[in-house]
Ligand binder design. Structure first.
Ligand code: FAD
Length: 261
């Protein structure tokens, strides 16, 4: 089975800041990392390839800095990596990113399954995989914790819900986003890392993809009008006393005063 994995390079979350005065998110310098959720999608892609044959490919829309994320995937055993990069893509919202990915996926030499992470940790919208499925007009299943290939162009997935999970049969090709319960991602070997340095990464621009700049980038359908960090947490209060009973009484009265009891 030929599997395409959507991989996003993200900054290290702990280093992201919000500049409220300038109304923007300030991202740290440096190459960033593979979106942690996508590591599960890559692992699943590799396992499916190992079980069924075929190849595992990764594709990303990002800047040239995203190359390091793709090399990390190649080091794990991914066969081919694709970087979709053009100045015209800057400012693309989730739907525009999906449009670019769809153009890239259509240019590949065929695929049976597209895997993605549950969400990108930096903007957390969970829109891209569904938008890619819509763009390709193929079935989708989101938040999957187990994937079983049935053969004959079919698969069964176990899709998590708030109350449990659904078992869904899918016609392939389809788009499946996975959650971290699905597997335990492998680590790259030294040999894999060395081999990844020499592997080729295919780069496609807007012109290569036939993507019209007037539909993506700054011409996206949505605009972020403001950003804000979460409100600071209210200060905690220490309840002091000589004995546990006294502290418990004070706590009880406090809860009463605040109408919690
Ligand atoms: C108005 C606006 C302007 C923006 N401008 C920029 C910009 O200039 N530069 C920029 O980098 N971002 C920009 N963004 C953010 C960018 O659109 C999102 O980061 C991107 O679309 C992914 O969306 P998400 O993070 O919500 O992904 P989700 O939908 O939460 O991601 C789910 C999964 O989809 C896949 N996926 C998501 N994004 C990609 C990708 N790029 N490549 C491959 N797979 C992917 C991954 O498997 C991921 O785990 C902008 C967003 C808005 C709304």
């Amino acid at each position: 089975m030929n599997v395409v994995v959507l991989v996003k390079q993200v900054p290290e979350i702990a280093l992201i800041k919000v500049d409220e005065a300038a109304n923007k998110v300030v991202y740290p310098e440096g190459p960033g990392v593979v979106n942690p959720q996508d590591e599960y999608a890559v692992e699943e892609g590799l396992r499916i390839k190992e079980q069924t044959g075929g190849k595992c490919m990764v594709i990303t829309v990002g800047s040239e800095r995203a190359e390091s994320a793709l090399r990390n995937c190649l080091a794990l055993g991914v066969d081919e990596a694709y970087l979709l990069y053009d100045d015209a893509f800057t400012g693309s919202d989730q739907q525009a990113m999906a449009k670019i990915l769809v153009a890239g996926i259509r240019k590949l030499d065929g695929f049976d399954l597209i895997l993605a992470g549950r969400a990108a940790v930096d903007s957390d919208a969970s829109q891209v995989p569904a938008a890619v499925a819509a763009g390709l007009d193929i079935p989708q299943a989101m938040f999957v914790k187990k994937f079983e290939a049935l053969g004959d162009g079919q698969a069964t997935v176990f899709r998590t819900t708030e109350d449990g999970y659904d078992v869904v049969e899918l016609k392939l090709p389809a788009v499946v986003s996975v959650i971290k319960e699905i597997n335990e991602p492998r680590l790259p070997s030294l040999k894999g890392k060395m081999a990844a340095k020499k592997k080729q990464i295919t780069k496609w621009s807007a012109a290569d993809l036939g993507v019209d700049g007037s539909e993506v980038g700054a011409n996206s359908g949505t605009k972020n009008v403001s950003v804000a960090p979460p409100p600071p947490r209210a200060k905690g209060e220490f309840i002091e006393g000589e004995t546990p009973d006294e502290i418990a009484d004070k706590l009880f009265n406090k809860l009463r005063e605040n109408q919690v009891l």
